[in-house]
Design a protein around this ligand. Structure first.
Ligand SMILES: NC(=O)c1ccc[n+]([C@@H]2O[C@H](COP(=O)([O-])OP(=O)(O)OC[C@H]3O[C@@H](n4cnc5c(N)ncnc54)[C@H](OP(=O)(O)O)[C@@H]3O)[C@@H](O)[C@H]2O)c1
Length: 239
């Protein structure tokens, strides 16, 4: 018998896919949302394709909330660091308005639109729900010792600020949801591929390990109104 319902957004990515598989192994109901066709089939898996437009996000969140009145976790895995044309900036001269705009849209606006779209559900459900956005330590302003990577840093810092601000509103509105920003550590995926050369093998995590860690923290969160910005060990990261 299925235990819980987990929504995974950005389900074709390395971490998204690992989360889908983990929840299926745990016998949870899984809602997998992606731009891509998800090839996995399972009796407990419900798949939705999206174009990540606001209208489509709103429509899907409403539809999913009707099908699943009790959602226990929503994990938003979207994130882009580099494209065919653009690598993260090493110097100010490389700052590019289009690359910056794209990262802000995918890394910041899209995750926040999903939180916004699920607000009616979160406000009305009796089931406590943990909403996690995949963030990054590099989005910490106080931890920024190295500089560089302007657009990615800014997009994750902005994501963190939006979630922090939303957590204050959710507490005020007595919403039974917990917000979490999760840094997975350097994880083997298309996103980290160009930067893996200098990473010692033991520090390059498998997506399956990261999914296990995230699941542990989602299950053990204290519903205290605060947003948690934590890493793969569960340690707090400075804002
Ligand atoms: N890997 C790392 O070392 C690392 C480190 C720190 C933080 N993170 C964060 O962890 C998260 C997951 O990354 P990953 O390592 O799993 O990367 P990945 O395998 O490259 O997955 C990319 C993710 O971004 C989404 N995405 C890609 N292009 C998109 C677009 N044009 N519009 C909307 N969504 C798009 C994908 O969703 P679809 O399924 O819809 O394609 C997928 O969820 C990201 O937020 C990333 O910033 C990763």
């Amino acid at each position: 018998m299925a235990q819980k319902t987990a929504v995974v957004i950005g389900a074709s990515g390395a971490i998204g896919k690992a989360l889908v598989n983990l929840h299926l192994r745990h016998n949870d109901h899984v809602v997998a949302i992606s731009r891509e066709t998800i090839n996995t089939s399972h009796a407990h898996l419900n798949k939705f394709e999206t174009d990540y437009t606001k209208a489509n996000i709103d429509e899907l969140a409403t539809r999913i909330s009707r099908i699943y009145p009790a959602i226990h976790s929503i994990s938003i895995c979207n994130g882009v660091l580099h494209t065919e044309d653009h690598m993260p900036e090493k110097r100010l001269e490389s700052f590019d308005i289009d690359y910056f705009g794209m990262l802000m849209h995918i890394n910041t606006t899209i995750p926040f639109m999903w939180l916004q779209a699920f607000m009616p559900h979160l406000m009305s459900t009796q089931t406590p729900c943990v909403v996690t956005a995949l963030s990054a330590r590099i989005g910490s302003i106080s931890d920024n010792q190295l500089g560089g990577w302007y657009s990615y840093r800014a997009s994750k810092a902005a994501l963190n600020m939006l979630f922090k601000t939303a957590s204050i509103e959710l507490q005020r509105r007595k919403c039974n949801a917990k917000l979490m920003l999760f840094h997975p550590g350097t994880t083997d995926s298309a996103l980290s591929k160009p930067f893996q050369n200098n990473v010692p093998a033991e520090k390059l995590f498998k997506p399956e390990f990261v999914a296990e860690q995230l699941n542990i923290f989602q299950n053990n969160r204290e519903f205290n109104g605060a947003v948690d910005f934590i890493d793969w060990q569960g340690k707090n990261i400075q804002w």
